[in-house]
Design a binder for this molecule. Structure first.
Ligand SMILES: [Zn+2]
Length: 100
């Protein structure tokens, strides 16, 4: 996996860590939610909490699928499709959190 740095803490994103991509670049899940919590107005904190729980579970699933993908011998269309779909869903939730 290519190496990414987190734009919040400047630390490296390691394999197996939950991270996502926003317009600003790559970011750890915890750093992303922590920074959004400071920026999002208090009346939207319930929405932020719900979306962060959703993204957390989507990123866990994505990492699980990625480890299956890395363990497959050659191309496995079902695994590739599951990976692309889960990546897209996590991206969509990230976008919603960015727009709160
Ligand atoms: Zn970070």
């Amino acid at each position: 996996m290519a190496e990414f740095s987190c734009y919040v803490c400047s630390g490296k994103v390691r394999t197996g860590e939950k991270f996502t991509f926003t317009k600003k670049g790559s970011v750890h899940f915890d750093c992303f939610i922590g920074s959004r919590r400071k920026e999002v107005p208090a009346e939207k904190h319930d929405q932020l909490r719900d979306l962060s729980l959703l993204l957390d579970s989507q990123l866990s699933y994505l990492l699980d699928v990625l480890s299956i993908k890395n363990g497959t011998n050659g191309e496995n269309e079902t695994v590739n499709t599951a990976y692309k779909n889960s990546e897209k869903e996590a991206g969509e939730t990230t976008r919603r959190i960015s727009e709160l």
